[in-house]
Structures are given as C-alpha cells and as structure tokens.
Design a protein around this ligand. Sequence first.
Ligand code: ATP
Length: 134
Amino acid sequence: MKTVQVNVVTPDGPVYDAEVEMVSVKAQSGELGILPGHIPMVAPLKIGAVRLKKGGSTELVAVSGGFIEVRPDNVTILAQSAEASEDIDVERAQAAKERAERRLNKAEGDVDAIRAELALKKAINRIDVKNNRM
Ligand code: ATP
C-alpha cells in the first residue's frame, strides 16, 4: 500500500508525524481527500478534524484552522493549535465551550462576537474529535 508522510506542526512543536494511506482535511473550499502522489498545492483550513487513514483504522487530529501544504510524498499541516484525539482534555473543552457561549450571549460588538464564535467552534471541534463524531 502506498503511503504519504504527514506532519502536523504548531508553534509549540510537532503534534503528529506518521506515514498514512490517506489524509482528509476541511479546507475553506470544502473537504479534501489526499492520497499519495497528489499534485502540489497549498490550501487554508477551517477549524475541523484531520482524518488519517492508517492500516485499516482512522486517527483524528483537531486543528484550529491553519494551512495544508501538499507534495507528492509528504503533507504538512501548520496550525496555531492542534491536538491528537488522545491528547484532548474533554472537560477543558467543555469549560471553554460554556465560557464561549456566555461571552457570545453578552458580546458587545462584532469583534467580541467573532472571537467568542471562534472559541466556541474550537471547543466543539475538540469535543467532537474526542468523541469520534466527525
Ligand atoms: P482554553 O480556553 O481551554 O485554553 P483555547 O482554545 O483558548 O482553549 P488554544 O489557545 O487553542 O486554547 O491552545 C492553547 C494550548 O492548549 C495549545 O497547545 C492547545 O493544543 C492546548 N489545548 C487547548 N484546549 C485543549 C484541550 N481541550 N485539550 C488538550 N489541549 C488543549
């Protein structure tokens, strides 16, 4: 089976590094499925899950946006923050979700609301990745 090397990198360091059979991401333009040998490209990502197919199972990494850079034999995902499913603290994400909902309800102005909405999306994404609900 052909594989492609995938690295997920954040300012705090590498989060994921493996040879996989397929990687799927949520690009701003829609869902992208990448197989080994894909033509080079760069695309901005939404807050969402990265799905990594490997030896019959699928691993999930939560990413808070960022970029994907594709080359035929390797894929790099650069994100401000990213967590592999097993590293997600679901109670922390639940607390962040409730905090964001409270901020959204009493947001004064667009900037407050946009920031609270982003925090809410990040928290929901982490909860969904942890619960394998992607
Ligand atoms: P919080 O409000 O809980 O701090 P946040 O969305 O503000 O969440 P980020 O700024 O995106 O957090 O991330 C800061 C660091 O904490 C990053 O290294 C990120 O991977 C990590 N992190 C954030 N939330 C979680 C979580 N629920 N479980 C594990 N790591 C997390």
